[in-house]
Design a protein around this ligand. Structure first.
Ligand code: NDP
Length: 332
C-alpha cells in the first residue's frame, strides 16, 4: 500500500520536500471496518490549509500522517454489513492506494456511463454541495440577479455560474487565461468572462455588470475580492467560500481595502463551510443529478492519470491554475 505522508510543514508553495513516500502491507479489515482500493483522489485547495499547524475547522494533518484527501474507490474487503465487496464508495480515504475505514462518512455511489466516478468528487460531491449551498443559502440568490464568481473555471466556480444561469441570472465569471474565459462563456453559458491576468478587473466588472453585483461568490480573496467589493449593489451578498490567492502567501497579504462598501450598500459578506449543510446533501445531490440528466448542468473533471506518488506534483496544478473544472488524480 503506497502512501503519501506529510513530512514537514510547508512555507509557501508545498514542494517535494514536504512529502514522504511510504509503503506498508494491506491488512485485513478490523471487525466493522472495510478496506477500500482508492481509484480517484480529489485535489482541493483546502489541502494547503490542512498542512498548516494551528486552529481551523479541522485539525491539521500531523507530521508523519497520511495526507488527508477526499477520494473514491472500490470496497475490496468488508467486515461491515453496510458495505459489500465491489461497492463504489466515496470518503476521506487519504492519499494512499488502500484505506481502511469504519464506514463513518463513507457513501456508496452508483456510477453509470453518463455519470462516472469522478463526478461524485465534483458536481455530485463536496464541490457541487459547496456551490449549491454557498450560492442558494449563503448567497440567498434570487432569480434574475447579477452574479459574479471568481475561480470561475474551477471546480466550485464553474458550478456556481451554471446554477445561477439555471435561475435566470446574469453571470459574470472571473478566471485566469483566454481558454478558461472562452470555456465558461461558450460552453457553460456564462454571460461574460473577465481574464484577471490580462484585464483590469475593476474596469471590466463595471462594463460586464453595469448595474452592479447582487451576489459576489468569492473563491480567491485578495485583489479580485477588493475589485468586486467596489461594484456591489444595494443589498448585495458576498459568500466567502475561499481565498486561494492567499493560501501560499509567505507574508501577511494586504487586506481588501473596500470592505466599507458592505456598509454603504447594506450588503452582507458571510463565510461558510459546506459541512454546515450536511443534512441536506442528499436532497441537493438529487436535484443536481436531475439537472445533470436534463443537460442543464455539466460536470467537468480534469482527470490526471498517475500514481499515488504523483500527488504532490498534481496538487500544485491548483495553485498554478492548470486545472479547468474539478481536479482528480486517477490511480493507474
Ligand atoms: P479550483 O478547481 O477552483 O482550483 C483552483 C483554481 O484557483 C485554479 O484553477 C486557479 O484558476 C485559481 N487560482 C489559483 N491561484 C490563484 C490566485 N493567486 N488568484 C486567483 N485565482 C487563483 O478549486 P475548488 O473549486 O476546489 O476551490 C475553489 C475555492 O473554494 C477555494 O478557495 C477553496 O478553498 C474553496 N472551497 C471552500 C469550501 C467551503 O466549504 N467553504 C469547500 C470547497 C472549496 P485560474 O486559472 O482562474 O487562476
Amino acid at each position: 500500500n503506497h502512501q503519501v505522508r506529510l513530512a514537514a510543514r510547508p512555507n509557501g508553495l508545498p514542494g517535494p520536500d514536504v512529502w514522504d513516500h511510504t509503503s506498508e502491507p494491506v491488512a485485513e479489515p478490523a471487525e466493522g471496518h472495510i478496506v477500500v482500493q482508492v481509484t480517484h483522489v480529489s485535489l482541493d485547495p483546502a489541502m494547503r490549509g490542512w498542512m498548516n499547524d494551528g486552529k481551523s475547522y479541522v485539525p491539521p494533518v500531523g507530521i508523519g500522517e497520511v495526507m488527508r484527501a477526499l477520494a473514491a474507490g472500490r470496497v475490496v474487503a468488508s467486515k461491515n454489513s453496510g458495505f459489500a465487496v465491489g461497492d463504489v464508495v466515496t470518503g476521506t480515504f487519504g492519499v494512499q492506494e488502500y484505506a481502511e475505514s469504519d464506514g463513518a462518512g463513507v457513501q456508496t455511489v452508483h456510477p453509470t456511463d453518463e455519470v462516472d466516478v469522478p463526478t461524485y468528487l465534483a458536481l455530485l460531491g463536496m464541490t457541487g454541495m459547496t456551490a449549491y449551498f454557498g450560492l442558494f443559502d449563503v448567497g440567498a440568490l434570487k432569480d434574475g440577479e447579477t452574479v459574479v464568481v471568481s475561480g470561475a473555471a474551477g471546480a466550485v466556480g464553474s458550478v456556481v455560474g451554471q446554477l445561477a444561469k439555471i435561475k435566470g441570472c446574469r453571470v459574470v465569471g472571473i478566471a485566469g487565461g483566454p481558454e478558461k474565459c472562452a470555456w465558461i462563456v461558450d460552453e457553460l453559458g456564462f454571460d461574460a468572462a473577465i481574464d484577471y491576468r490580462a484585464e483590469n478587473v475593476k474596469k471590466a466588472l463595471r462594463a460586464a455588470a453595469p448595474d452592479g453585483i447582487d451576489v459576489y461568490f468569492d473563491n480567491v480573496g485578495g485583489e479580485i475580492l477588493d475589485a468586486a467589493l467596489t461594484q456591489l449593489r444595494f443589498g448585495a451578498r458576498v459568500p466567502i467560500c475561499g481565498a486561494i490567492s492567499t493560501y501560499n502567501a509567505t507574508e501577511v497579504p494586504p487586506g481588501p481595502a473596500n470592505y466599507m462598501s458592505l456598509l454603504v450598500n447594506r450588503a452582507r459578506m458571510e463565510g461558510f463551510l459546506v459541512f454546515d449543510f450536511v443534512d441536506r446533501f442528499g436532497a441537493a445531490a438529487k436535484e443536481m443529478a436531475g439537472w445533470l440528466a436534463e443537460g442543464k448542468l455539466r460536470s467537468r473533471e480534469d482527470v490526471v492519470s498517475g500514481q499515488v506518488s504523483d500527488f504532490g506534483e498534481v496538487l500544485l496544478r491548483l495553485f498554478r491554475g492548470e486545472n479547468t473544472g474539478k481536479l482528480v488524480l486517477q490511480i493507474a
